[in-house]
Write a protein that binds this ligand. Structure first.
Ligand SMILES: N=c1c2ncn([C@@H]3O[C@H](COP(=O)(O)OP(=O)(O)OP(=O)(O)O)[C@@H](O)[C@H]3O)c2ncn1[C@@H]1O[C@H](COP(=O)(O)O)[C@@H](O)[C@H]1O
Length: 87
């Protein structure tokens, strides 16, 4: 189990060290257009899960959306603080 901040720190490390086989490195290299499509895809899956699926399935879809949002943040060089200042 990890928090949003802990996942972000892990992904920052992936972005810095670029290990082979990392899905994050692949996502970063796919570019902002592909990253944005993933955000929309996962957001749609969250919506559908909220309407039709179990709490567990909804929670999993939300985790994937959070991950895709972090990829967008990393790709643009945003920090957690850049986002949290608006919360
Ligand atoms: N939390 C996630 C996470 N959530 C989603 N995903 C990616 O999203 C994919 C699932 O999304 P999709 O349903 O769209 O499946 P897909 O394989 O992309 O399908 P296609 O669209 O390609 O057909 C997974 O196979 C992962 O590639 C994630 N990849 C990594 N993480 C975490 O990120 C950290 C770093 O991971 P690596 O970069 O892989 O080392 C680890 O803690 C991981 O647990």
């Amino acid at each position: 189990m990890k928090t949003f901040d802990e996942l972000f720190a892990e992904l920052q490390e992936r972005a810095r060290t670029r290990p082979k086989g990392s899905s994050t490195v692949a996502a970063l290299e796919s570019g902002v257009h592909a990253q944005g499509k993933k955000v929309l895809e996962e957001a749609g899956e969250v919506w559908l899960a909220a309407e039709h699926e179990s709490d567990e399935e909804l929670a999993e879809e939300i985790s994937q959306l959070l991950y895709r949002l972090q990829v967008i943040m990393l790709g643009r060089g945003l920090s957690l603080e850049d986002v949290y200042r608006y919360l």
